[in-house]
Design a protein around this ligand. Structure first.
Ligand SMILES: NC(=O)c1ccc[n+]([C@@H]2O[C@H](COP(=O)([O-])OP(=O)(O)OC[C@H]3O[C@@H](n4cnc5c(N)ncnc54)[C@H](OP(=O)(O)O)[C@@H]3O)[C@@H](O)[C@H]2O)c1
Length: 223
């Protein structure tokens, strides 16, 4: 029977070092990859309906999440922020740049939600799981709003959760020829103990770009 699609297609994009870090141990990630890779990352933004990050990345990096290093439309910017920790002076809250949606489990009539809405953002309240935004519920509510493709740009906890929940349709991984030692792992605990349980990839493509290696592949999930 044909499955009815109720969630957008998800591309997970990360930039990591040779030793698998997306940031140093202090959280610094500017920049892991080359200017050429970052331009490709902006082209990816322009070809997705939405770009999604976790509140941790907003608090560390304060990104704009707009398309500046390529030409093309700005995607809807989505932040998963269970408790509405989003600072009101965050760069993503400049609603003149591009639409912004904050997905939370805080009731939509709360004072915090109202303040964020006053900045021009949409606040979507979805069901939670273990006190956090339930990612499938988040994706479904974006789908209902017409969003058919989402570029997930991290950080580590969001990337891990989307992989753990098998919600990724394609991985685009920029691997920079750098080693930083201890730092923030690109993907954290997945509960894998045997190599046979590893996520593998089909339709793989590997190219070199500005000194980096760009890997693209579609995950084959373990049983
Ligand atoms: N190199 C790269 O490609 C790249 C990309 C992005 C970020 N980074 C780096 O990554 C670091 C930030 O990573 P991070 O792990 O701290 O932040 P993150 O993954 O951006 O955000 C994590 C937060 O998202 C919220 N969240 C909401 N729903 C969630 C769910 N279902 N599962 C997990 N989290 C959920 C949680 O806060 P609440 O519980 O309060 O909601 C959680 O603390 C920074 O150092 C940044 O520079 C690197």
């Amino acid at each position: 029977m044909r499955q009815i699609q109720t969630v957008p297609r998800v591309t997970l994009k990360l930039a990591q070092t040779l030793d698998g870090r997306i940031a140093t141990r202090t959280g610094d990630s500017r920049w892991v990859s080359s200017p050429e890779s970052r331009a490709m990352a902006h082209r990816l933004r322009a070809t997705h309906d939405a770009v999604l990050i976790g509140i941790g990345t907003v608090l560390t990096d304060d990104p704009h999440l707009t398309v500046r290093l390529a030409s093309g439309p700005n995607p809807v910017r989505v932040v998963l922020d269970s408790r509405l920790r989003l600072p009101l002076d965050s760069a993503v809250l400049d609603a003149n740049e591009a639409p912004i949606t904050v997905v939370t489990i805080v009731p939509s009539d709360s004072a915090g939600a109202e303040e964020i809405r006053r900045r021009g953002a949409e606040v979507l309240t979805v069901p939670g799981l273990h006190g956090r935004v339930e990612p499938v519920a988040a994706l479904q509510s974006l789908f209902v709003r017409g969003i058919r493709s989402v570029l997930v740009e991290g950080g580590a906890q969001i990337a891990t959760e989307f992989v753990r929940r098998q919600l990724v349709d394609e991985l685009v991984l920029f691997i920079a020829p750098k080693i930083v030692g201890s730092g923030i792992d690109s993907i954290g605990e997945l509960g894998v103990t045997a190599m046979t349980e590893a996520v593998q990839f089909s339709s793989q493509e590997t190219v070199q770009l500005g000194g980096d290696i760009v890997f693209r592949g579609k995950p084959i999930w373990p049983e």
